[in-house]
Write a protein that binds this ligand. Structure first.
Ligand SMILES: Nc1ncnc2c1ncn2[C@@H]1O[C@H](COP(=O)(O)OP(=O)(O)OP(=O)(O)O)[C@@H](O)[C@H]1O
Ligand SMILES: [Mg+2]
Length: 248
């Protein structure tokens, strides 16, 4: 059987990855880097509109901005043989904002075998307020192979089911001690250990907890929580560059 590296996505299965960290800590860049190697379709929800992929302007890149969430998967938008990445920035002033965002999760669920990337998951998966389609995608998305990359600043107002259901929890800088304890609690890690590991991180470095990794046998090192260096300048460029436009 193929062994997954910590945090690696297996596109043939559902993987839920939650990324937590203060504003500007590097969540979105890392999420886009991870999503860049995902080979199937994606739905990207970007409430603040600061994570527009460069590919959006490139003809036949497969990246398409949608003004509203279509009722059916817009297969006609797919350039032949390429994955389709639907980018959606909802109108933050819409009285139906939560429903609008929920539709995006619903589209990913209905489509199946795709990735739902939500840059502001704190707005969609709010404690006791997660709307129905997002709830369904999270609790029943396994059979449909709907992977998720969910990014949030703080864990305190995040629906507890998010940490419970996550296969992978990535943690950037988290200044608030109570937040750190909440995350440690969510992944079942000793809080003091977790705090120390976070304190040792370089800027833009992160901790990665992988629930799919088996707990250590006696005398073995626990590989479920690992510490990662920041994305390199080259990896960051990969995120923002977009594809080279094809010559006509
Ligand atoms: N590995 C890195 N090395 C150097 N700079 C980085 C790195 N990762 C992110 N940055 C810088 O930090 C800025 C913020 O990163 P990013 O948008 O990923 O943060 P975020 O956690 O998503 O923030 P927000 O909470 O506001 O959405 C980026 O514009 C980028 O310039
Ligand atoms: Mg972000």
């Amino acid at each position: 059987m193929l062994k997954l590296q910590p945090g690696e996505l297996d596109p043939s299965q559902q993987t839920i990855i939650t990324v937590i960290g203060r504003k500007g800590s590097g969540k979105s860049k890392l999420a886009r880097y991870i999503a860049g190697s995902y080979p199937h379709d994606q739905v990207v929800l970007d409430l603040h509109g600061v994570d527009r992929p460069a590919e959006l302007g490139v003809k036949d890149s497969g990246y398409v901005e949608i003004g509203e969430v279509p009722a059916k998967w817009p297969e006609r938008l797919r350039p032949e043989g390429k994955p389709l990445v639907l980018y959606y920035r909802p109108d933050a002033g819409s009285p139906t904002l939560l429903e609008d965002m929920d539709q995006a999760a619903g589209l990913a669920y209905a489509h199946g075998r795709c990735m739902f990337l939500c840059h502001e998951a704190g707005e969609l998966f709010r404690v006791h307020k997660t709307p129905p389609m997002s709830r369904r995608a999270m609790s029943q998305g396994r059979g449909r192979k709907v992977s998720m990359l969910l990014l949030a600043h703080r864990p305190h107002n995040l629906d507890p089911m998010v940490l419970v259901q996550s296969d992978v929890v990535i943690c950037f800088e988290v200044p608030n001690p109570r937040d750190r304890d909440l995350i440690a609690d969510g992944i079942g890690w000793p809080p003091e250990d977790f705090r120390l590991a976070l304190a040792e991180l370089p800027t833009y470095g992160y901790l990665l907890f992988d629930r799919r990794t088996p707990p250590p046998a006696d005398g073995e090192q626990d590989m479920r929580l690992t510490s990662w260096e920041p994305l390199t300048a080259e990896e960051l460029r990969e995120v923002v560059r977009g594809p080279v436009p094809e010559l006509q």
